[in-house]
Each structure stands twice: as C-alpha cells, then as structure tokens.
Design a protein around this ligand. Structure first.
Ligand SMILES: C[S@@+](CC[C@H](N)C(=O)[O-])C[C@H]1O[C@@H](n2cnc3c(N)ncnc32)[C@H](O)[C@@H]1O
Length: 554
C-alpha cells in the first residue's frame, strides 16, 4: 500500500481531521474562564484547543512563564491523544510557542476510553473523532458502559461514545463544546444520544459553515450543559420544545415549526411495513445484468459436504470470537465428523446465454434512480428457492448469515434507492428478490392495495422529500424505517385521494409500456398541489404556536 494511502487510512480510522487553530480559538474565546476551572480535551490532536486554552489561562496568573505553564498544565488543563506523533507535536507546539514545556503535566498519550481521571471537569472541549475505530479488545466493554442511556441505545460510533463519556466527566452545571459531525441531528440510530442529552441538560447546536480544507463533511458545534434534568434545546438559533421533538417519532432535532402539523396524524408505518433487502456476499457469483432480454451465466453451481472445524468457524466469527457454549458444540461436531452443506462455484469456459424469463432466475431489485416504474435490470440465480445463494451466505462470514427482507421476497409494493438525495420511488411488481441497496415497503395486512399508489404519489412530492431530508433523516441514506416514520397524508380529501390513485395507476401503466418519467413531468409536478396541506385542516390545539394563540379572537 502507498504511504499516502496508509496515511489516509490511519486518518480515517482515527477520525483525524484537525481543527484549524483560529476556529478552535473562537470557540475557546466564548468561555468565561476562572483560575479554578478544570478543562478536558479528550482527543487533543496536535493541540488546536490546548494552545488557545493556555493562551487564555496564562493571563489569569502572574509569575514567570515557566511557573504559569506548570500550574495551568497541572491544575487547569487535561488532554489525551491516542496518536503518538500528534501527541508529541502537541507538546512541541507548546514548547515552540512559550519556549518551555513543564516535565509534570496532565497531557497524556493514550486512549480516552482507557483513561481514568482523578477529577470531574467544568468544561470539556474539542473535536472528537468521527467514524473512527475502537480498540477491539475493549469494544464490547465500552458498549456495555456507554451503549445504553435512559433505556435507549447509544450508537457505537466514536463521537457518540466520546460525548457520553465526556458528559459523565462533567460536574453538575459543567459544559461541553464539541465540533462534531451533524449526523446525530436526525438519524434514528442517534435517537438514543439525542434523548440522553435532552433529558440531562441544555443543548445548543449551531451549523459550522466551514470547517477545514481536509473534509467537506457537514459539521456543527454542539454545546451542552450538564444539569441532570431535562433541559432546553436550540437548533440553529431556533428553540425546539421537547413536545415538538417527541412528535417526530425519532426525537428529531431537524423539525421546523412549519412542518410540525404534518406530524399530527398517522404515519406511513401504520399502513406499510418497510424492509431492506439482502446482500448476496458476492453478486458476481449470483446476479446477472439483463442485456437485450438475455443474461450470460459464467458459472456452474454444485453442492458438497464440508467438515465442520473450530478453526474455520472462528475465522468466520465476529471479532474472531465465539461463546464457550458454541465452541463446545462445534468441537463436538468436529469430533463426530459432522459436515455442513457447501456450494461450489465453477467458472465455465464460455458463459451460457440464457433467454429470460427462465425458471432458474428471478428479477433482482437492484437500486436505480428511476421513478414510477422501471423494468428489471438484473436477475438472480434462484434455482430451488435460492439454494445456492442461501447456502453460500450460511457458510460465509458472520455478517452474511441473515437474509434481509426474506419474508417479503416476491411481494408487490414500492421501492426506492437507499442512497439518494431524494426518494426515487417506484412501483415494485410481485415476483422480485430484494437487494439491500433498494429498500421496499409493503401494505400491512388488511390495508387496501390502492394505498401503494397513494403512498407512491406522496413520496414523489417535494414536501414529502423535504420532511424526509430535514426531519426524518438528513443523511444520504433512506432506510425502510425512515419511510415508516413519514407522515401519512391524512389531510388529503377522499376525492383527491381517488384522483391521485388513478393518476399513479395510469403512470405505471404507461411506464410498463416504455414511457419514462422524471420530476419535470407535468403529472409528477401536479402531485405537489394534490398533496398540499390545506389551510382549513383542523390542527390540534397543541400545534398552534404561541404567537398564533395570542392573536386568536377569544
Ligand atoms: C477530529 S481529530 C481532532 C483533534 C483535535 N481535537 C483538534 O480539534 O484538532 C480527533 C483526534 O482524536 C484522536 N483519537 C482517536 N481515537 C482516540 C481515542 N480513543 N483516544 C484519544 N484520542 C483519540 C485522533 O488521533 C485525532 O487526533
């Protein structure tokens, strides 16, 4: 591997995107300091926050620079850094700036998660690693320690665990100021973190217009004051009440006042169940692109029995570990010569040309950005109910074992692209095997089939996409659960609903005959007005804002 690539990998693994000094200074400058304050920088890099902190504290003391630095670095500032080079750079930066680095100080080369502190802090500042990795030998222990708060799951993501451990280290009334990824604002996997913070203190989040040249990832400044009781929430200078946040279903911090009314009725999840699909583990073996009504099969599949051994089972296990119980079971199987069914995949000298439809292949729902309907683009080898694919997955690494969406294979519903800037929604006819890149939604039992067309219409509107991308999940992913959390258009009259259903059915019919649609089509544009929220829909009192209340004529 090239040195540049190695460096890039280390950067990513350790989440090493250093804060430009002026930005860190501007954050430190907003804090009123006192001599008795204790600060922690839990991942100090080369000292972007440490340097301006010393700069500020130094003015509070008198005496020689050496005496002042010694006091500050043993009484006021604590810092940790995992990377030896960055740690040394930090000490060197202090030496360069003040011509001295005390021999006794609280700046430690080590892992924040392994560090025990002798004190609690008035302030924690910094920019914790985003998307970094944990030391595998303590990963599960960390999950046990920080993975659940107030009964809700905290996502095992470095910056989330950094936040939680840092709040544990704050004094009551102490504050945290972190530059961090904005991903925690809406996504459901960060719901637990939002819940934990809003139930334990005051939160203020502000967008950071620019961070540094090293990354374009959207960042925010999170300020949190630890009170041990539910507190105020302010996002991008707008206050957000707990009541409003609760309505979104995933405790979203992305809710805007004008979108609150949409969350006063049913959700799509009341009518649909959404699911992701599966990963085959290796599409090259099983998935074929359709070219002019044909596919080309380069492999032959056969089955055999393979001996079960502890060595191979451990190689395929998560973190290379298995429970004692499983180890005993496998050892037993190994002793008795037990075997596991395996699939052998042999390359043919010339691929076989196969006309479709064919009884051994089924359409595979690969994602693409078309809307309304698109004919299948891929087929999957599915002889004997997918025996080859399922056997391959069962014998593979631990993460391949599950078959995502299996109970929904072959059902009729709607589908979209998982990673997209908006919902590219289309009709999914019955008979498909589902791929993980294209989540799907299916009407719940007793829900009329026409709801498929109604939901398809709603999710193609601009407003629905705004709600999705601002409130439900502002990242690029559009998961099944995100779809289920969308408001169901309870405000649409039954006459309009009928019209919408008939329009969408027509569009699908035409698409099946070869028409292609995009967002510039008049019919698609019309959906926005058909789904608009009428002014006269009765909104429950709790949705009338304070200002509106005051202007009511009673
Ligand atoms: C986003 S950088 C920020 C560095 C510094 N706070 C700044 O603002 O410039 C995150 C830092 O966390 C360090 N880091 C990653 N995992 C760590 C851990 N478990 N304990 C301490 N530091 C860690 C990385 O090496 C990196 O220097």
């Amino acid at each position: 591997m090239s040195t540049t690539k190695l460096k890039r990998n280390q950067k990513r693994q350790m989440g090493q995107f250093l804060t430009p000094l002026p930005l860190a200074s501007s954050i430190v400058d907003t804090i009123a300091l006192a001599k008795n304050h204790k600060f922690l920088e839990p991942s100090m890099g080369d000292g972007s926050f440490i340097i301006p902190l010393i700069e500020r504290f130094i003015t509070l003391y008198s005496g020689s620079i050496e005496e002042r630095l010694s006091r500050i670095l043993s009484e006021n500032i604590w810092g940790i850094e995992l990377d030896k080079n960055l740690y040394e750079n930090c000490l060197q930066n202090i030496r360069n700036r003040w011509g001295y680095m005390p021999s006794k100080h609280n700046l430690v080369h080590g892992d924040f998660f392994r560090t025990i502190f002798p004190t609690h802090f008035d302030f924690v500042v910094g920019n914790p690693p985003f998307g970094g990795s944990f030391d595998p030998s303590i990963e599960d222990a960390l999950d046990a320690m920080f993975g659940v708060r107030n009964g809700e799951k905290i996502k095992k993501e470095t910056y989330a665990f950094f936040i939680v451990k840092s709040t544990d280290l704050l004094k009551r009334g102490g504050s945290l100021a972190f530059i961090c990824s904005d991903t925690f604002l809406t996504i459901n996997t960060m719901r637990g973190l939002r819940s934990y913070l809003m139930h334990n203190g005051d939160i203020e989040i502000k967008r950071l217009p620019t961070f540094s040249d090293e990354t374009t990832h959207p960042m925010v400044i999170l300020r949190y004051t630890h009170r041990g009781v539910p507190g105020k929430v302010s996002v991008h200078s707008s206050p957000l009440s707990h009541e409003s946040i609760n309505k979104t279903g995933n405790l979203s911090f992305g809710l805007k006042q004008e979108l609150e009314k949409y969350f006063s009725g049913s959700r799509m999840g009341d009518f649909f169940v959404a699911t992701s699909g599966m990963t085959t583990g290796k599409n090259e073996y099983f998935v074929r692109e359709i070219i002019n009504g044909k596919i080309y099969e380069p492999y032959r599949f056969s089955f055999s029995e393979m001996p079960i051994t502890l060595k191979t089972e451990l190689e395929k296990a998560r973190l290379g570990k298995l429970s004692d119980k499983l180890i005993w079971e496998i050892e037993d199987k190994e002793k008795t010569g037990a075997t596991r069914r395996a699939v052998s995949i042999e390359r043919l000298s010339t691929p076989r040309e196969i006309a479709i439809p064919h009884k051994h292949y089924l359409p595979y729902n690969k994602a693409n950005n078309s809307i309304i309907y698109n004919p299948p683009t891929h087929m999957i080898y599915w002889k004997d109910d997918g025996d080859a694919v399922l056997t391959y997955k069962k014998g593979g690494n631990w993460y391949l074992r599950g078959v995502g969406g299996q109970p929904y294979f072959m059902r009729e519903g709607i589908t979209w692209q998982l990673i997209a800037s908006r919902m590219h929604m289309k009709y999914l006819p019955a008979g498909y095997i589902l791929d993980s890149g294209a989540p799907c939604a299916f009407p719940r039992e007793h829900v009329a089939k026409d709801e498929i067309y109604f939901a398809l219409g709603w999710s193609l509107t601009r407003q629905c996409n705004r709600i999705l991308k601002e409130v439900i999940n502002h990242t690029k992913n559009i998961q099944g659960k995100d779809f289920e959390r969308l408001p169901y258009p309870f405000w649409v009259s039954s006459a309009d609903k009928k019209r919408i259903i008939s329009i969408i059915k027509d569009l699908i019919r035409h698409a099946m005959k070869g028409n292609r649609y995009d967002y510039n089509n008049v019919e698609i544009g019309m959906l926005d007005s058909l789904f608009s929220f009428p002014a006269d829909v009765e909104v429950p009192v709790s949705f009338v804002s304070q200002n509106e209340m005051m202007s009511l004529p009673f």
